[in-house]
Design a protein around this ligand. Structure first.
Ligand code: F6P
Length: 538
C-alpha cells in the first residue's frame, strides 16, 4: 500500500475515531442521503459506517495512489494482469453485451468466440428445455446434474437457487461437487439414467474430485442403459481443455468452451453457467449478463467517489487495516440467496488470501478478510449476538429486496423490518440510560446495554431478478479487484491450493498401496496406519 496515502487515512481516522456513528448522524441530518449511491438497479446506503468526509477523502486518496483507474482499464482491455500465470483477466468480456465490442488478447479479438459459445449454449439449452434433445432411449431430459467443484460449482449452485422463480420447474437441477461418494450416491438415488443430462464442468478437466465423480457417473449411466453409446446423449463438458475432454470420451461437439483468461471463481457468466441457462432459459441468462454489464460499465466509468464497488472496497480496507476486523459478514435477507455467502467465500478468499505483494515481498498489513454469512433472519437467532455484543468487530453487508416473489400475508414486511431494525440496532445500540428508562433492574443494565457503533452497509434492489443478481455478483467481483489493487497482491492466481492437492495424491498412494512404506511426519504416518488397520490393509 502507498505509505503516504495510508498515513493520511490513519491521520483522518485518528481525528475522528472517538466519534460514534450515532454522533455522526446527530451532527448531520443529511447523512443518509450523502452516503447513498445507486448503480445497476442497486442502492447502497453506507451511512452507518465509521466515516466522515475526511476519512472518505483519505480512502479515495489511497485508491488514487494505487492507480486504481489505470488498473481497471488494464483489466477491461485484456492486459496480462494475472502475471504469475501470464494471463489476461477478462470475465468482463463474457458479459459485454455491446454487439460491436472488441476485446483483444495477444492481438486477437475474443468477442466472436464469446458470442459463438453463448449461441451454442443457447441452442443446446433450448433443445433440452423443449425436448428436442432427448436421452439415448428417446425420453425427455428431466434431471440436469452439474459435476464440478469450486468455481465450476459454487456459481451455478448459487445462481440456480437464486433464480428459482425463473426456472423451468419440470427440469430438476442437481450439483455434485464433493469427492465423498455420498454426494454422488445420494444424487443418483433421486434421478433416472434415461432422463438425465450430466454436465461435467471443469476448467482444467483434471481436477481430482470432478474427474472421479464424472467417471463414476459415466459408469453408472452405461450400466443402467446397457450401452456406452448412451454417453453421447447424456454427457456434455464445459472446459478450456479439449484434449482432456476428448480423452474422457466426450465428443468436442458436446463441449462448451471457455478460455484461460476466465478465472474459475469468475466463470459463472461463461460456459460454466450452462446448468443455470438450462434452468432459467437463454433469455433470462442474457438478462443476467446485462445486469453484470451494467455494473461493469459503472465500475469502469463512474468516478471513484461515486463508484459502488470502490466504496465497498475502501470501507472493507478501513475495517481490516485500521480497525483490525478479521472478517465481514454478508447477510442476504432473501432465502433465494442462501448460497450467496458461500459463493462469495471462494471469490474473496481465493482471490485475496495472499501474503506476498506483487513484488514478491511479504505484506506488512492484513489482506483478504474472512467472509461468512447466512440468510436473514436465520442468522439473527444464531450468531448476531456476537456481532451486537461480542468483542470482535464484524462489519456486515445487509442485502435485501423491496418486493418478494412469494407474497404471503405480511412475511415480507416482517423480513424487511428485521433487516432495517438490525442495522439500526447495530449502529445506534442501546444506552444504560435507555435500559433504566425501560425499567431494567440495575444489576441487568450492563448485560442489556448495547454499545452500538457496529458498521453496516445496506444494499437494496427492487426485486431479485436475473439482472439484479448479475449486477450484485459484478459488484463484489469489482470490490475484490479493487482491494487486490490497493493491497498490491495478485488476485487472480491461487497457488495456495496446489500443495494440498499434491500431498493428497501422495497420501492416496500410501492409503491404497499393498504394503505401506510411510515416509511422512509421525502424526500423518500414524493416521494413515490407523486407517489402513481399520480397513485390514497391511
Ligand atoms: O480450488 C482450486 C481451483 O483451481 C479453483 O480455483 C477452481 O474453481 C476449482 O479448483 C475447480 O477447478 P476446475 O474448474 O479446473 O475443475
Amino acid at each position: 500500500m502507498n505509505q503516504e496515502a495510508w498515513k493520511k487515512v490513519e491521520d483522518a481516522v485518528a481525528a475522528s475515531k472517538t466519534t460514534t456513528i450515532k454522533q455522526l448522524f446527530a451532527a448531520d441530518p443529511d447523512r443518509a442521503a450523502k452516503y447513498t449511491l445507486s448503480a445497476a438497479g442497486w442502492t447502497l446506503d453506507y451511512s452507518k459506517n465509521r466515516v466522515d468526509a475526511d476519512v472518505m477523502k483519505a480512502l479515495f486518496g489511497l485508491a488514487k495512489a494505487a492507480n486504481l483507474s489505470e488498473e481497471i482499464e488494464k483489466m477491461f482491455t485484456g492486459a496480462k494482469i494475472n502475471r504469475t500465470e501470464n494471463r489476461a483477466v477478462l470475465h468482463t468480456a463474457l458479459r459485454n453485451c455491446d454487439p460491436a465490442a472488441q476485446v483483444f488478447v495477444d492481438g486477437k479479438d475474443v468477442m466472436p468466440d464469446v458470442r459463438a459459445v453463448l449461441a451454442k449454449m443457447g441452442a443446446f439449452a433450448d433443445a433440452v428445455r423443449s425436448g428436442a434433445h432427448r436421452g439415448f432411449t428417446g425420453k425427455r431430459i428431466k434431471y440436469v446434474v452439474n459435476i464440478g467443484i469450486g468455481g465450476s460449482d459454487l456459481g451455478p449452485v448459487m445462481a440456480t437457487l437464486a433464480l428459482a422463480p425463473y426456472s423451468k420447474r419440470s427440469i430438476r437441477n442437481y450439483f455434485v461437487s464433493n469427492v465423498d461418494s455420498t454426494h454422488l450416491a445420494e444424487t443418483l438415488r433421486e434421478i433416472k439414467a434415461d432422463q438425465t443430462l450430466f454436465i461435467v464442468a471443469s476448467k482444467t478437466f483434471t481436477t481430482q474430485e470432478t474427474m472421479t465423480n464424472a467417471l463414476s457417473a459415466r459408469e453408472w449411466l452405461v450400466k443402467k442403459l446397457g450401452d456406452a453409446a448412451a454417453v453421447a446423449k447424456h454427457f456434455v463438458a464445459l472446459s478450456t481443455n479439449e484434449a482432456e475432454v476428448v480423452k474422457f470420451g466426450i465428443d468436442p461437439a458436446n463441449m462448451f468452451a471457455f478460455w484461460d483468461w476466465v478465472g474459475g471463481r469468475y466463470s459463472l457468466p461463461s460456459a460454466i453457467g450452462l446448468s443455470l441457462m438450462i434452468s432459467i432459459g437463454p433469455k433470462n441468462f442474457g438478462k443476467m449478463l446485462k445486469g453484470y454489464w451494467k455494473m461493469d460499465k459503472h465500475f469502469r466509468t463512474a468516478r471513484l467517489e461515486k463508484n459502488m464497488p470502490v466504496v465497498l472496497a475502501l470501507l472493507g480496507i478501513l475495517y481490516s487495516n485500521v480497525y483490525g476486523a478479521e472478517s465481514y459478514a454478508v447477510l442476504p435477507y432473501d432465502q433465494y440467496l442462501s448460497r450467496f455467502p458461500a459463493y462469495l467465500q471462494q471469490m474473496d478468499m481465493e482471490s485475496n488470501g495472499k501474503a506476498v505483494t506483487k513484488d514478491g515481498q511479504p505484506v506488512t498489513y492484513s489482506t483478504g478478510p474472512i467472509e461468512w454469512g447466512e440468510p436473514g433472519t436465520n442468522g439473527q437467532h444464531s450468531f448476531y449476538q456476537l456481532i451486537h455484543q461480542g468483542t470482535h468487530l464484524i462489519p456486515a453487508d445487509f442485502i435485501g429486496f423491496c418486493k418478494t416473489h412469494n407474497p404471503i400475508g405480511d412475511h415480507h414486511d416482517k423480513l424487511m423490518a428485521n433487516l432495517f431494525a438490525q442495522t439500526e440496532a447495530l449502529a445506534f445500540g442501546k444506552t444504560a440510560e435507555q435500559c433504566r428508562a425501560d425499567g431494567d433492574p440495575e444489576e441487568l443494565v450492563p448485560f442489556k446495554t448495547f454499545e452500538g457503533n457496529r458498521p453496516t452497509n445496506t444494499l437494496l434492489a427492487d426485486d431479485l431478478t436475473p439482472e439484479t443478481l448479475g449486477a450484485l455478483v459484478a459488484l463484489y467481483e469489482h470490490k475484490i479487484f479493487t482491494q487486490g489493487v490497493i493491497w498490491n497482491v495478485y488476485s487472480f492466481d491461487q497457488w495456495g491450493v496446489q500443495l494440498g492437492k499434491v500431498l493428497a495424491k501422495n497420501v492416496l498412494k500410501d492409503l491404497v498401496a499393498e504394503k505401506a512404506d510411510l515416509k511422512h511426519d509421525s502424526s500423518t504416518n500414524a493416521l494413515i496406519a490407523h486407517y489402513r488397520k481399520v480397513l485390514g490393509r497391511a
